[in-house]
Write a protein that binds this ligand. Structure first.
Ligand SMILES: Nc1ncnc2c1ncn2[C@@H]1O[C@H](COP(=O)(O)OP(=O)(O)OP(=O)(O)O)[C@@H](O)[C@H]1O
Length: 499
């Protein structure tokens, strides 16, 4: 019989024989408890083996790091992403990782799904983790490959919520149309949150300012804009921004964004070495990300060269191709606004719904209030015309849009079936951007380039771009003499696809 020391239990007798089963259970439990206690009391096994175990653990960690690196490299290789720079974060496997790795807010993941974005594109896989880990980058990825989301998403994630602290991110775009488009993309992605992004200066302050260098520069000069709290500065279509006409204004914006913790990044489908060199002075330990082959055309565009012989030949070839098959929407690029107007006049009486868009008034610097007044007045008028032409084309009301290079870079027109270079582009980069208005977001498209004898000096560069993307090119185009082209400000080297 067990002696019970408790007063309450005094007088109770516990029959061990009768309750043998239950007694055994308690005994087992006690033994189990004893084993936990013993584990706590005794040293963990690895501590007993000392240095050998520490080494083993280090080996395991090193092995895991090695495996992780291999895995990252495999993922990059699979998506044709090349990265140069130190401490590169792992690429994203899926958008779901935004939550698990970076604690992305639910509304953003939901908005991505609602927009139908199932998988990150290759540039998004690498640029998003880079920007989220505070790294600056030069990013070069094909036209239509989702570069906008690659910088807008990390900005929204990092800024977390709207605030009244003034501008915290600046996105510079070469044209107002592109700024307006990026602001729209930003709004769609931030749906459900009160972030304020602005593509114009009508209501300041805002969280994210998306504009052209000229407009930001003017606002800085008039002391209407404080950019000292800006955390992110993105130069979209950066090669265009670094051309002579804009570089001074870009410089003034970079200077005004004086926050020492700022993250600056460059995005474009073409990134000449000269731009990289120029921008190195303003970037900190930047990582270079290239998707596919640097400075190459989108693989989704089927490219064709047609010898038109003469100016009349061009018009004939255009009419003929419309007669054979008119598969709108079609974009036609010409060299300048006079050529745009002329071609529009040729086509407007035909049974094709055509319209025209060109930069009648560019963002030039003004010197006095009177000039400014006229500029503002005319800018509003021409801007509205430009916007209407672009909107009608987007809405399908216009089938054929005749344009100068003002809309060649960055504009995202869904479902453009064909781009026609009626006039030869003035550089390989211009060619890549123009034909990149088709074949976007995984869709296929066609690009036709008409040429005459007069275009022979520039033909070889375009032919090389075509050859690099696996398109058929006439032999004589490749055997022409190498040519250096003078472009606004930058001397473009003969085109050579590089890694
Ligand atoms: N992950 C994604 N999945 C599917 N579509 C996407 C994804 N990300 C972006 N897009 C869509 O792809 C299209 C092209 O994107 P975007 O305009 O950002 O291209 P881009 O790389 O900036 O092109 P460009 O060099 O011509 O400026 C857009 O319509 C965009 O909504």
């Amino acid at each position: 019989m067990e002696k019970n020391p408790s007063f309450l239990f005094s007088g109770i007798k516990f029959d061990r024989k009768k309750f043998a089963k239950d007694f055994a259970k308690f005994k087992e439990k006690k033994e189990a408890d004893d084993s936990v206690d013993s584990l706590l009391e005794t040293k963990p096994p690895e501590m007993e083996v000392g240095m050998a175990a520490v080494k083993k653990r280090k080996r395991n960690v090193a092995g895991n790091v090695c495996n992780l690196r291999q895995h990252d490299e495999m993922l990059r290789k699979k998506h044709k992403v090349k990265v140069a720079g130190t401490n590169r974060p792992s690429p994203l496997e899926s958008f779901a990782e935004l939550r698990s790795r970076y604690n992305c807010r639910r509304y953003l993941v939901r908005n991505l799904a609602e927009l139908g974005f199932k998988e990150p594109t290759p540039i998004q896989r690498q640029a998003i983790p880079l920007l989220l880990s505070g790294r600056e980058c030069f990013s070069c990825a094909p036209t239509g490959s989702g570069k906008t989301l690659a910088f807008v998403l990390p900005i929204l994630m990092k800024l977390k919520h709207a605030s009244k602290d003034g501008v915290r991110a600046v996105i510079l775009c070469p044209t107002r149309e592109l700024a307006a488009q990026t602001a729209r993309e930003c709004k769609r992605l931030a749906k459900g949150k009160s972030f304020i992004s602005r593509a114009d200066f009508s209501k300041l302050p805002c969280d994210i300012l998306i504009s052209t260098p000229f407009r930001v520069h003017v606002a800085i000069r008039k002391r209407k804009l404080d950019l000292s709290r800006v955390e992110y500065l993105i130069l979209d279509e950066s090669d265009k921004l670094f051309e002579l006409g804009l570089v001074k204004q870009v410089e003034s914006v970079v200077k005004a964004c004086s926050n020492p913790a700022i993250v600056r990044s460059l995005f474009s489908a073409t990134l000449p070495d000269s731009v990289q060199e120029l921008s190195r002075s303003i970037m900190h330990d930047a990582v270079r990300v290239v998707v596919g082959t640097k400075n190459s055309a989108s693989e989704f565009v089927k490219q064709k060269l047609i010898f038109a012989g003469s100016e009349e030949g061009k018009l004939l070839a255009l009419r003929q191709s419309f007669q054979e098959s008119l598969n709108p929407p079609i974009l036609i690029f010409v060299q300048n606004k006079e050529r745009a107007k002329d071609l529009y006049n040729e086509l407007k009486f035909e049974d094709i719904r055509a319209d025209v868009v060109h930069a009648d008034l560019s963002d030039v610097q003004v010197t006095c209030w009177f000039q400014q007044f006229w500029q503002d007045l005319l800018t509003v008028r021409f801007q509205m015309q430009r916007e209407n032409a672009v909107d009608n084309f987007r809405a399908g009301k216009t089938w054929v849009l005749i344009a100068t290079d003002v809309i060649a870079q960055g504009m995202d027109f869904k479902g453009v079936n064909c781009v026609i270079n009626y006039d030869f582009p003035d550089s390989a980069a211009a060619y890549i951007h123009r034909i990149g208005r088709t074949g976007r977001a995984g869709r296929t498209g066609e690009a036709i380039t008409l040429y005459t004898e007069a275009d022979a000096p520039c033909l070889r560069n375009i032919a090389n771009v075509m050859k690099a993307s696996g398109c058929e090119v006439p032999d004589h185009a490749l055997s022409l003499r190498k040519q250096k082209w003078k472009k606004t400000g930058l001397i473009e080297k003969p085109y050579q696809p590089n890694q």
